[in-house]
Structure formats: C-alpha cells, structure tokens
Design a protein around this ligand. Structure first.
Ligand code: SF4
Ligand code: SF4
Length: 207
C-alpha cells in the first residue's frame, strides 16, 4: 500500500510541477476547488494524495529528523488555529491585488510550497497541516462532513498507540477512558499511515 500511495503522490507532484512550469497554476487551483466536493464524499483525499505540499513535507520531515532539528514544541501564537483562516484571506487578497495591479498571477502555490517545507524543517507536520495551511482550513470544513472516513474497530483495537506515532496530522488518538483509538474526521488526510502501522488491522475506510 505504501508504494502505491507514494507513486500516486509523485504522479500528482509531477502534474503540479508541469502545470506551474507552463503557467497553468489556475488549473491546479480549479482542481483544488473540485477536490472540496470530493472531500464531502471521500474525506480529505486531496490532502493525502494530491497535495504537493504534503508530498514535499514527507521528505522534509524525514530530513528534519535525520538532522535532529525537529521539535515537539508548537508556537503559542499559532495554537488557536485562527491564523490558518488569516493566511487564507491574505492569500486570496494578495492574488486578487497582484492580478489587478500587476496583471500577473501571484505564484501562491509555490510560495506556500516553500513555506510548508521551511516550517516542517523545524516543526511536526501537524503544525503546518492543522494550524497554518490556508488550503487545509477549507479541507477541514469539508472533511468534517465526509460520508466515507477512516474508523477504528473498537473490538480489535488494543490501544498500543502505534497509529498515533505515525499520524502526520495528529488525527488519531487513544482515549484515556477506554484505551481505544478514535479518529478525528476533520483532521484525517486519508494518508493510510495508521492502517499500515496497526498490528491488529483495526482501522477501516467506511461509512
Ligand atoms: S494516519 Fe490515519 S488518522 Fe492520521 S491522517 Fe493518516 S489516515 Fe488519517
Ligand atoms: S495501532 Fe491499531 S491497535 Fe494500536 S491503538 Fe491504533 S488502532 Fe488500536
């Protein structure tokens, strides 16, 4: 499963770079808008499979761990989550102003791609995914209502927390009360890491 997921991500990254190189950034933004509809049915598959930021962040996180520069700390000022909304508004306004005043498309996706890598060099991927990403903020709204989602079969779960350790968005957590894992649908980016790690096969994609 891991290799299939990686191949899909690399394919989307190649399509993204091709579109950017050919000045077709708006096409990718159109794909993103379409993905919000898909999210209502299938969960945040755009984030987990197509998003170029998520793909480069996976490598950046690996590098950060190798260099031992990753911290568990989350900047206090980010914790409320309001900044993701602010970054969304600033990005849209900057794009509109760039188009109107400079008659050019601001390379907003490339800018956020670089920001996501810089942030992930130092912080856990969840910091960018959950507290900064202006695209993720819309995906979270749609993801909250998704029809299909990852769920944990409580009878199979033994509370080992292996799934927690590999979740890039801290969407899955073992509850103190019953020692069973629960997935936050809004935060889950459908990456399948938890399914691959679970020794009991307790995590399923279902209604
Ligand atoms: S590890 Fe599991 S819970 Fe976390 S984002 Fe990936 S699929 Fe969702
Ligand atoms: S890895 Fe599987 S068994 Fe372990 S806590 Fe997570 S869902 Fe439960």
């Amino acid at each position: 499963m891991k290799y299939i997921v990686t191949a899909i991500r690399l394919l989307f990254l190649a399509i993204f770079l091709f579109l950017i190189a050919n000045g077709n950034m708006m096409l990718w933004l159109a794909l993103f808008v379409l993905s919000l509809v898909v999210t209502f049915f299938f969960g945040r598959v755009y984030c987990g499979y197509a998003c170029p930021m998520n793909t480069v962040m996976n490598s950046t996180e690996w590098l950060s761990k190798k260099l031992k520069i990753q911290t568990n700390h989350t900047p206090k000022w980010l914790k409320s989550g309001i900044f993701a909304w602010i970054f969304l508004i600033v990005s849209v306004v900057a794009m509109l102003l760039s188009k109107k005043l400079l008659h050019t498309n601001l390379p907003i996706l490339l800018i956020w791609l670089v920001v996501s890598m810089l942030i992930t060099l130092r912080y856990r991927p969840a910091v960018f995914h959950n507290l900064i990403c202006p695209f993720g903020v819309l995906q979270r709204v749609a993801g909250k209502f998704s029809v299909l989602k990852k769920s944990v079969d409580k009878t199979s779960c033994v509370g080992c927390k292996l799934c927690e350790k590999v979740c890039p968005t801290e969407a899955i957590a073992v509850q103190n009360e019953d020692r069973k894992a629960v997935i936050n649908r809004k935060l889950c980016i459908q990456c399948t890491n938890c399914q691959q790690a679970c020794p009991k096969g307790a995590i399923h994609y279902m209604k």
